[in-house]
Each structure stands twice: as C-alpha cells, then as structure tokens.
Design a protein around this ligand. Sequence first.
Ligand SMILES: CC(C)(COP(=O)(O)OP(=O)(O)OC[C@H]1O[C@@H](n2cnc3c(N)ncnc32)[C@H](O)[C@@H]1OP(=O)(O)O)[C@@H](O)C(=O)NCCC(=O)NCCS
Length: 161
Amino acid sequence: MSEKESEKMANDRIVVRAIEAGDEEAWNKLWVQYQGFQKIVMPPEVGKTSFARFLDPTVKLWGALAIDTETGDAIGLAHYLSHLTSWHVEEVLYLNDLYVTEHARIKGVGRKLIEFVYKHADELGTPAVYWVTDHYNHRAQLLYTKVGYKTDKVVYKRTGY
Ligand SMILES: CC(C)(COP(=O)(O)OP(=O)(O)OC[C@H]1O[C@@H](n2cnc3c(N)ncnc32)[C@H](O)[C@@H]1OP(=O)(O)O)[C@@H](O)C(=O)NCCC(=O)NCCS
C-alpha cells in the first residue's frame, strides 16, 4: 500500500461528532493538553462549566471531538459559539478552540474538525465562521489558508482581562 493510500485509510477512521455526556474524561485530557499548548492553566471550574454548557441545548456554545474509530480515542477537539453582530441579520460563529493531539497531526484531523463546524454553521443558518490565531502559529495557518482567508484585522483586548 502506498503512503498516500495508508494515510487515506487512517483519515477514513476519523469521525467528528458533537460532545456527549460520557466524554468528559476524554475531553478533559485534550483540554489540559490544549492549555499546555496555550501556556495557560485554567481553574477546573472553567472546564466543568464549559463542558456542562456544551451539553445544554439552551446555550449556544458547542464542543466537538474527533474520534479514532479504531481505538475509540478522542484525538482532537473544537469549541465554537454563536453570537449576534451588528454586521448581519443572522448570528455568526466564533471558533474558540481547535486542538489535535500531537501524534495525530498533519493527517487531516484539524480540517475535519473545521468542516464539522462549517456544516453545523450551515445547518444553523449562520454560515459565517471566524477565528483568531497567533501570528507565529504557522502550523495552524497552513491549515487555515486552505479552509478560509486571512483578514487584515488585529485583535486588541481590554488591559487586565
Ligand atoms: C493546528 C492544528 C489543529 C492542525 O491540525 P492537523 O490535524 O495537523 O491539520 P490537518 O492535518 O487537517 O492540516 C490540514 C492542511 O494543512 C497542511 N499542513 C498542516 N500542517 C502542516 C505542516 N506542518 N507542513 C505542511 N503542511 C501542513 C496539510 O498539508 C493539510 O492540507 P491538506 O488537507 O490540503 O492536505 C494542530 O496542528 C494543532 O492542534 N496544533 C496545536 C494547537 C493549535 O495550534 N491550535 C490552533 C490554535 S488557533
């Protein structure tokens, strides 16, 4: 089997689905890894609150996991939310977090997670999706330039928050 064929087989094993109640432990492992990548440690109540919100149908904050169907392992996550905007009648989606565990990278998992978010955005009737990344995160941008376009905006924050 060629390298390309075996990569495709590996990619076919990956399924992205909405987070479910039984996922908390598997999700939390990825969440902790993601915080390590972001060089931040969040208090446990942040994770607990976000996870509960993913499951709450009245809250427009969602979580998705990429699952390797051969091992059952969760290997990636995406978190996204919907909000009003003065620029459109419909709401827009903000992709808050995206993470693929190290050994599963450059196999199309990140792309699958973003495609899942796009599909959900279309289903919700809010197809506009945006996100931010660090200007030095070249690896992520290799993916982002294939699924979106780079804007000229610069992000500012209120000092201290
Ligand atoms: C960014 C991240 C989510 C990408 O996930 P991934 O599963 O590796 O991405 P994919 O394999 O789907 O990459 C998609 C495309 O980018 C290209 N690409 C990604 N990394 C690449 C690399 N290092 N070299 C060359 N091409 C690369 C792939 O060729 C692929 O293109 P294709 O789909 O046309 O073949 C992952 O690297 C990650 O979790 N990084 C740490 C956390 C992070 O940076 N999160 C984003 C914060 S904004």
